[in-house]
Design a protein around this ligand. Structure first.
Ligand code: KMH
Ligand code: ZN
Length: 277
C-alpha cells in the first residue's frame, strides 16, 4: 500500500455517546448530511454510519437506514458504509437486516470482544451468515479487527468462504477499546503483519490512542479512520468541535506523510464497490 494516497474514513456518530452529553454529535438526518458534506470537503472519502431515532437513541430501523443511504448518495460522493455492529444491545437479526438498505459497504467485525463493561458479540456463525450475505448482495465488507484473534478469524473466514465482493480485502483496525488490542505502534505492526496478503487497511485509535494510532498507521503505509464515534477529545482538555475538525487533522497528517487524502472516486476504485448511484 506504500505510495498510495490516504483513504480517510469518518465515523461521525457511533452508538455509545448520548446527544445530551455531546451536543456536537450528529444524530438527525440533517445533522448527519451537514457533517458528511463538511467532512467530504475536509478530505473524507468514506463514511461509516450509525443512525439514531427521533429520540436520539441508536436504532437499526430499516426505513431510516434506507432514507439515510439515499440522502448521503444524493448530497455527497462519499462511499456509504453502514454499521452492522450497531449497539451492543442490538439483536443479530436486526444487524443482518442492515444489508436490505443496500449500502456500498458494511462493517463486519471478526470476533467477539469485551467492550468496556459490555460485550460486543460476533460469534463465528453470525460472522459467516453476514459475510455470505455481503457476497450475495454485492456489498463490500470492511473487516473490523479489535484484536489479534480477529485477524486470525478473518483469515479463516477468507479460507473457507473466498474473497469478498469485488475481490479487495479491506480492514479497519479498531484499537484502544477497553477489552481489545491496545492502541500502540507495536500492536499495530503485529496486527498489520498478520493481515491477508494484498489487504488494504485503515486504523483508528479510540480515545487517547487516536494520535499514536494515526501516526503509526501512516508510518506503516495504512489509511485512517477518525470521528466522534471513536474520539470526543481533540487534545487534552479540548473537546472535539465537530467531525470535520478531526478529518482536517487527519488530512493534514496524511499530507505531511506524503500521501494526501484520497478522493471518493479513488476510494471506490480501491474498494471495488458496486456503483449504486
Ligand atoms: N458500536 C459497537 C458495539 C461497527 O460499527 O461495526 C460496534 C461498532 C462496530 O461500532
Ligand atoms: Zn461503528
Amino acid at each position: 500500500m506504500r505510495g498510495m494516497n490516504t483513504l480517510i474514513t469518518v465515523a461521525p456518530t457511533g452508538a455509545e455517546s448520548a446527544k445530551a452529553d455531546v451536543p456536537a454529535l450528529p444524530v438527525t438526518l440533517d445533522e448527519l448530511i451537514e457533517t458528511a458534506k463538511a467532512c467530504e470537503k475536509a478530505g473524507a472519502a468514506l463514511i461509516h454510519v450509525h443512525i439514531r431515532g427521533a429520540d436520539t437513541e441508536p436504532t437499526l430501523d430499516l426505513g431510516r437506514l434506507r432514507d439515510t443511504v439515499a440522502a448521503l448518495r444524493a448530497e455527497t460522493s462519499l462511499v456509504v458504509q453502514l454499521s452492522t455492529g450497531g449497539a451492543v444491545t442490538d439483536p443479530y437479526e436486526d444487524r443482518i437486516r442492515v444489508l436490505d438498505a443496500e449500502p456500498d459497504s458494511c462493517s463486519l467485525t471478526c470476533g467477539t470482544v469485551n467492550f468496556g463493561a459490555d460485550v460486543f458479540m460476533n460469534p463465528w456463525p453470525f460472522m459467516v451468515q453476514l459475510y455470505r450475505l455481503t457476497q450475495e448482495r454485492e456489498v463490500v465488507p470492511e473487516f473490523e479487527l479489535f484484536d489479534l484473534g480477529h485477524v486470525a478469524s478473518l483469515n479463516r473466514l477468507l479460507d473457507k468462504y473466498g474473497l469478498p465482493y469485488g475481490g479487495q480485502i479491506h480492514c479497519d483496525l479498531v484499537m484502544g477499546v477497553p477489552g481489545g488490542m491496545p492502541g500502540t505502534a507495536d500492536a499495530l505492526v503485529t496486527a498489520v503483519n498478520a493481515l491477508p496478503a494484498g489487504a488494504s487497511w485503515s486504523a483508528t485509535g479510540v480515545g487517547r490512542t487516536t494520535m499514536p494510532v494515526a501516526l503509526s498507521a501512516l508510518a506503516k503505509g495504512g489509511h485512517l479512520r477518525v470521528g466522534m464515534e471513536d474520539t470526543l477529545m481533540f487534545a487534552k482538555g479540548q473537546p472535539v468541535r465537530d467531525n470535520a475538525q478531526l478529518v482536517e487533522r487527519a488530512a493534514a497528517l496524511a499530507a505531511i506523510a506524503g500521501r494526501p487524502a484520497m478522493s471518493p472516486v479513488d476510494a471506490r476504485a480501491l474498494l471495488k464497490t458496486k456503483d449504486r448511484r
